[in-house]
Design a protein around this ligand. Structure first.
Ligand code: NAG
Ligand code: NAG
Ligand code: NAG
Length: 967
């Protein structure tokens, strides 16, 4: 992703500003569909099913995941599902990130998570999940970030997690996880972050963890760890933070080796029941924060010179004796020195504060309360911003009035730095309409801007007092986010137990002089910034330590960005999801790149299209659009082979991404298939009038000299043939096969009965039946069919069309083959073959075997279930029996005994009604069609919403259902 953002910046810099603005505006408007357009293919069906299971085990009170049943996860922008933006080696799209931060989800984590086999980021932070962490997560070899912090998870840490070879970060803090740290975690060779604080993890820290080569942050504070502190941990070459506060190490000592950790920045072992001496810490070159308070440490304080980086040195509440060494003087960054509640004696040297010069934001607190310190050597004139606490020492027993204040009690409000932040803005009192506001940090002018709100927490900071580091922090965060320094404003900050520093941040868009006065972030910028936070792409800082993302809130104006073609009923959560979850940075970038390429390309195509004279008779045909060659060339990257999705006798079929974001299928006639211009336009005119939900609809055409192309709606689930092939990962259930059969039959029936003049398809086959995102069957390729016969002048209806035999072997009506007489029953035969394919999963002809003959043999020997496709799972046998009977009836050699297409539809509807309700309840995303799929329990067909199709065709069917009997 870094690489991408670098490319992004270069791209942006090398492009004219006007174009940049135009590109963003364009994306803003058409973002959703454009981005979908940038994704070719469909999600791996295994992952689709896994996502459905994951959702089922969650309780989604706020309905954030309500769009997790519409369309394809990757191409229909399921909330929080981010995918790789191109198909992977196996031809599928795969889920790359599951980002479900702060969505008020409860319920449990499904073991099916383990099936998201290419996942890199699993983020369920700050929800209310219960149950345990499924061990199946250990199967996701690609997993980099496991983010489960801030839930109510219980149970142990599965040992399987230790075998995640690419895990960078494990965050399970703030749950109720119990049991020990599995020894297998010593295998996490790439892991940099163990964040497991605030759980109930128990037992010994496995010394084997010392072999972790990249571990930088080891946060296990607030658990029930026991045993001893393994001296071996000092061997971790990259450890910078070791934080184990509030555990119980049973009176063991701090290993002396801990004084030799060369990279250590923070050591926090507060309240760990530790005894014995303090190791010599002067050997840690950059130690910045030391907290060994509230133990039973004894002996004296080591006297060697400490690191100049030390900000915090807390040895309070121990049993230390001896005097205060001189090495605490001259530490430029020291903010807190606490030696309170020990048994230190001797005098207090004014070296501690004498040469201290602090600026207005800096401060130094010296807490020496409750010791046995007897006097002060040197001047007691404290410099500004230095505080000294002496109460409870013998030195306070003198009647020295000058010590009164130092020996007094602290006032209540002397805690850590206040939570207010002040800003000086020269802008007039707010006059921006809500939710716009003046950016408080802008150095440009007073302009109204809509901020992003970010809940953020420094989890283990290396400092105790923030104000001196404020600017450094702002620089760190803005450069990490790749935004301007002035875009960040710290709205509030508060120290929490830990100590952790919680902040509310506001990020403002940059001033855009060319826009109107109200500035907003572009969508792509919103998603870029969010993914910087959620992907932990902001580099770690030594002093600020690791950060936590608590929430990332969008003001309503960011949520209400219109999403093209979505209905108004979509929940706010879903829209956020679409805006946020659905837009991967990479996708966005590729869209920009595409636009740029297209723009460059446009110039070339213009030249081309000048040579291709547009049709003289450029006629207007209602309902379809006339495209230019250049438009379609652009949509297909100049008919690049990577966009080719099919090939038929007519020519090649390409997938096109139109400029308005629509994805289309473009059928381009090859030489030899070109028709006369008049015939071509006549055919389009005919096709433009055909509208049925089970027919692929024609969107437009291109008729330029030497080119004839048809532009159809794009079917995201490909051909039925693909789904029946052995390679298909998610086989269709019987209910779905039945539905596909019925849909196909209705589409063909419409061609036979409603088209005027009627159309015989002539080439029905599994690869001409396409499935849309909802797996609705749509018949394709009827456009090039020969028209059915029309009554002659006298009204006599010829019963067939005599023509050259065309069609596909295996589907071909034998009678048509023999007689060259094409009738509607020829389509019935071919569809019957498709039914047999659906039933058996076999090809019409394979290894010299003909599907019709094979099934007939099985049928007549009573072995029909032996040829049923085993991959379709359980099925109601009576329905399957009726279905095979119908199919074989269609595939009879003679024309006459075959049922008509109307009979076929009717019989399929009957079978559908026999289906048990439980069988119809197939996975949501697959079966969410406008109609409710549940058939009525009564025999009344009128009420069956499936039967009452939105197009009149099948409803007009009447007639007697033939009794279908096997031969
Ligand atoms: C972690 O646990 C400690 C001790 O129980 C508690 O004081 C602190 O508030 C907890 N921190 C968080 C962030 O929950
Ligand atoms: C020292 O002990 C006293 C009394 O137990 C306690 O009130 C005070 O907070 C302790 N000081 C520190 C810095 O922990
Ligand atoms: C502090 O006390 C020690 C012995 O208790 C004494 O030697 C020293 O002179 C005293 N210093 C001051 C400045 O009072």
């Amino acid at each position: 992703m870094f690489q991408n953002s670098a490319e992004f910046r270069i791209l942006m810099m090398s492009t004219s500003r006007a174009w940049t603005v135009a590109a963003f505006f364009f994306m803003w408007l058409f973002g959703s569909s454009l981005l979908v357009g940038a994704q070719n293919g469909i999600t791996d069906p295994i992952e689709v099913r896994a996502l459905q299971d994951i959702k089922r085990s969650l309780i989604d009170t706020n309905k954030n995941l309500s769009n997790w049943n519409r369309g394809d996860p990757c191409t229909s922008n399921w909330t929080g599902v981010l995918c790789f933006n191109t198909t992977q080696d196996d031809g599928y799209l795969h889920v790359r990130e599951l980002q479900l931060l702060d969505m008020n989800l409860s319920g449990t984590l499904s073991p099916e998570l383990g099936r998201l086999s290419r996942l890199k980021i699993l983020d369920f932070m700050w929800n209310s999940l219960s149950g345990s962490i499924p061990k199946e997560i250990g199967n996701i070899a690609s997993l980099e970030l496991l983010l489960l912090n801030g839930n109510h998870l219980t149970g142990p840490l599965p040992e399987e997690l230790g075998y995640l070879p690419n895990l960078d970060r494990i965050q399970i803090d703030e749950n109720n996880i119990s049991g020990p740290i599995p020894r297998s975690f010593a295998n996490l060779n790439k892991t940099k972050h163990f964040h497991m604080n605030n759980n109930s993890i128990s037992g010994q820290i496995p010394p084997e963890l010392a072999s972790l080569p990249y571990l930088v942050h080891f946060l296990l504070d607030n658990n029930n760890l026991s045993g001893y502190l393994p001296p071996e941990l000092s061997r971790m070459p990259n450890l910078t933070i070791l934080q184990l506060d509030n555990n119980n190490f049973d009176g063991t000592t701090i290993p002396d080796t801990y004084g030799t950790m060369s990279k250590l920045l923070k050591l926090s072992l507060r309240n760990c029941h530790l005894q014995g001496p303090i190791p010599d810490l002067s050997r840690i070159p950059h130690l910045g924060y030391l907290d060994l308070s509230s133990n039973q440490l004894n002996g004296t304080i080591p006297t060697n010179q400490l690191s100049q980086d030390i900000t915090t040195f807390d040895l309070s509440n121990n049993e230390l004796t001896g005097s205060i060494p001189a090495n605490f003087s001259g530490l430029p960054n020291l903010q807190i020195l606490s030696l309170a509640n020990n048994s230190l004696n001797g005098s207090i040297s004014s070296f501690l504060w004498q040469n201290k010069t602090l600026n207005a934001t800096e401060s130094l607190t010296l807490d020496l309360e409750n010791n046995m310190l007897t006097n002060i050597s040197g001047s007691i004139n404290l410099p500004p911003n230095v505080t000294l606490w002496l109460k409870g020492n013998p030195v306070c027993e003198n009647d020295d009035l000058s010590l009164n204040q130092l020996c007094g009690s602290r006032s209540q409000n002397d805690t850590r730095s206040p939570s207010t932040t002040n800003s000086t803005t020269a802008c007039p009192p707010q006059s921006c309409p809500f939710p716009y506001e003046y950016s408080p940090t802008s150095n440009i002018s007073c302009f109204c801007a809509a901020p992003l709100l970010v809940g953020y927490r420094l989890k283990s900071p290396g400092l105790s007092d923030f104000p001196p580091y404020r600017i450094r922090f702002e620089e760190y965060l803005t450069s990490g986010l790749q935004v301007d320094f002035h875009q960040l404003y710290i709205d509030s900050l508060v120290w929490e137990e830990g100590p952790r520093l919680k902040m509310y941040l506001k990020l403002y868009p940059i001033y855009n002089a060319s826009g109107n006065e109200r500035n907003m972030f572009s969508r792509s910028e919103v998603s870029r910034i969010r993914s910087m936070f959620t992907g932990w792409l902001i580099p770690d800082s030594d002093i600020f330590g690791p950060y936590e993302l608590l929430n990332f809130t969008l003001l309503d104006i960011y949520r209400e960005v219109p999403v093209t073609t979505s209905k108004s009923g979509i929940s706010t959560g879903a829209v956020i999801g679409i805006v946020l979850g659905g837009i991967a940075v990479a996708v966005t970038l590729s869209a920009v790149v595409t636009l740029l390429i297209l723009r460059v390309g446009l110039k070339n195509y213009r030249v081309v299209s000048k040579q291709r004279r547009t049709s003289k008779a450029s006629m207007k045909i209602d309902g379809v659009k006339s495209f230019t060659y250049a438009e379609l060339a652009m949509a297909t990257n100049n008919f690049n082979s990577s966009t080719q999705v099919g090939q038929g006798g007519y020519g090649k079929v390409y997938r096109g991404n139109m400029a308005d974001g629509m994805v289309v299928a473009i059928k381009r006639a090859q030489e030899g298939s070109l028709q006369g211009e008049k015939e071509f336009l006549t055919e389009i005119q005919l096709l433009s009038r055909l509208h049925h939900r089970n027919l692929v609809s024609l969107i437009g055409y291109c008729d330029e000299e030497g080119e004839q192309m048809l532009v159809y709606e794009f079917m995201s689930n490909g051909t039925l043939r693909d789904h029946l092939s052995a390679k298909s990962k998610e086989p269709l259930s019987f209910a779905m096969r039945l539905r596909v059969s019925l849909g196909s039959a209705k589409g063909i029936l419409y061609l036979h009965t409603e088209a005027d003049p009627p159309i015989f398809h002539r080439d029905i086959k599994a690869s001409n039946i396409l499935l849309d995102s909802k797996f609705t069957a749509k018949v394709a390729d009827f456009g090039l069919s020969r028209l059915a016969p029309v009554p002659d002048v006298e009204g006599a209806m010829p019963t067939h069309v005599s023509t050259v035999v065309k069609g596909t072997p295996g589907y071909l009506d034998p009678e048509y083959f023999l007689t060259h007489k094409l009738t509607d029953k020829s389509d019935v035969y071919s569809l019957g073959v498709v039914f047999l394919e659906l039933l058996t999963g076999m090809q019409p002809i394979s290894h010299g075997k003909n599907i019709v003959r094979e099934v007939n043999v099985a049928y007549h020997s009573g072995m029909i279930f032996s040829v049923v496709d085993g991959r379709m799972g359980s099925y109601p046998s009576e329905c399957v029996e009726k279905f095979v009977t119908l199919a074989l009836k269609c595939c009879q050699d003679e024309t006459d005994p075959r049922p008509s297409m109307a009979d076929v539809v009717r019989e399929l509807e009957n079978i559908w009604l026999m289906m048990p309700e439980s069988e119809i309840g197939v996975p949501e995303s697959i079966d969410t069609v406008p109609e409710k799929m549940t058939p009525p329990s009564s025999s009344s067909m009128v009420k069956n919403p499936y039967v009452s199709s939105d197009v009149s065709g099948s409803d007009l069917v009447s007639g007697v259902i033939p009794t279908i009997t096997p031969r």
